[in-house]
Write a protein that binds this ligand. Structure first.
Ligand code: L34
Length: 313
């Protein structure tokens, strides 16, 4: 299903199939569009997501624009809060508190990174856990850690959805997660080691010794460290599944053009060695957005005492 087998110019050797997060994301969005339609009919409400963007980081601007556009595409109401880089923490918290108290808003997302000097953890703590579609509030993090998840952050959910829909076996497998961030690495490692996924998970980070030897053992490698081409072809075990969460912009020599996007994995080399691989762009990014839509629909249902959509997690 949706696997592109690209021919190898040398003919004989086996190369990876490319996972299309873009196509899979589109398929999920069309399912969610029907779900939104059903909610409108059933509960007479429209799911609504408020996205807060502080400052003018160009990459964040692109991601937030993608989120808002996708809301519109599937019938979720999108409320935009664009605040200047000079916004104080107090002003940001005021906006969050107002949104917490607005009944028609079901989900609140504050895009990271915040401009220097602002406290991301404080922002996350202020978001009502019932509206925390990013799954970053410590209550939701704690529920996940103790095996009773409610809102799970969107990128880890997107990675799991890829593994599920491409029928990648995780039970008893060696998974190496590169990176320990609250947004991606840590929740992914937590989830994959839980019952149902049953993987043996190793988290590697900047202080890991013999990192290559860990990656070499891995049936599934998930790269989320934010360093272009960090994972080389040589590091990988033959037929590994490679999920590239990294999204790095290479410097552009032409100041009028945006730099080329690339992941944490040397794609060309990994493609020769892996069994399945996600590209950047068009891999995990679109799945993150699809999962944000799913969490918003879940929030709208839960706030209206309706049955949540079926979730494996
Ligand atoms: N609070 N901050 C919060 N929640 C999140 O879940 C995020 N993240 C990460 C950064 N900060 C956050 C995102 O939304 C990364 N991220 C994200 C979202 C979407 C895309 C990439 C990262 C995306 O749309 N990627 C496209 C290409 C975009 C482009 O052209 O630049 C892709 O195909 O990968």
């Amino acid at each position: 299903m949706m696997i592109t087998q690209l021919g190898n110019i040398f003919g004989d050797s086996q190369v990876a199939s490319i996972i299309s997060g873009k196509e899979l994301g589109q398929q999920i969005l069309s399912e969610l569009k029907s779900e939104v339609f059903a909610i409108k009919k059933e509960l007479n409400i429209s799911p609504c997501l408020a996205v807060i963007l502080v400052g003018d980081d160009p990459a964040s601007g692109v991601y937030v624009a993608n989120k808002r556009r996708t809301c519109e595409e599937i019938g979720i109401i999108s409320k935009a809060y664009d605040l200047p880089a000079s916004t104080t923490m107090k002003e940001l918290l005021k906006v969050i508190h107002e949104l917490n108290n607005l009944a028609e808003v079901h989900g609140i997302l504050c895009q990271f990174p915040l401009p220097g000097g602002m406290n991301e953890q404080e922002a996350v703590l202020a978001i009502d856990p019932a509206k925390d579609v990013d799954g970053l509030n410590p209550l939701n993090v704690g529920l996940l850690a103790t095996g009773q998840p409610k809102f799970i952050s969107c990128t880890p959910l997107g990675v799991l959805e890829i593994l599920k829909r491409y029928e990648v076996e995780t039970v008893g497998k060696q998974v190496v997660v590169l990176g320990r961030s609250n947004l991606v690495g840590r929740p992914l490692a937590t989830l994959l080691s839980q019952k149902g996924w049953d993987a043996t998970v190793t988290i590697c980070h900047s202080r890991t010794r013999n990192l290559e030897s860990h990656v070499q053992q891995a049936d599934i490698v998930i790269a989320a460290i934010g360093q272009p081409n960090f994972v080389t072809g040589e590091m990988l075990k033959e037929n590994a599944v490679v999920i590239d969460v990294g999204i790095n912009r290479l410097p552009s020599f032409d100041t009028n053009k945006k730099g080329k996007l690339c992941g944490d994995v040397d794609f060309e080399a990994a493609f020769q060695k892996a069994r399945l691989i996600t590209p950047v762009p068009g891999g995990v990014g679109p799945m993150t957005i699809a999962m944000l839509m799913r969490n918003t629909i879940l929030a709208a249902r839960l706030q209206n005492h309706s049955h949540p959509i079926e979730q494996k997690f």
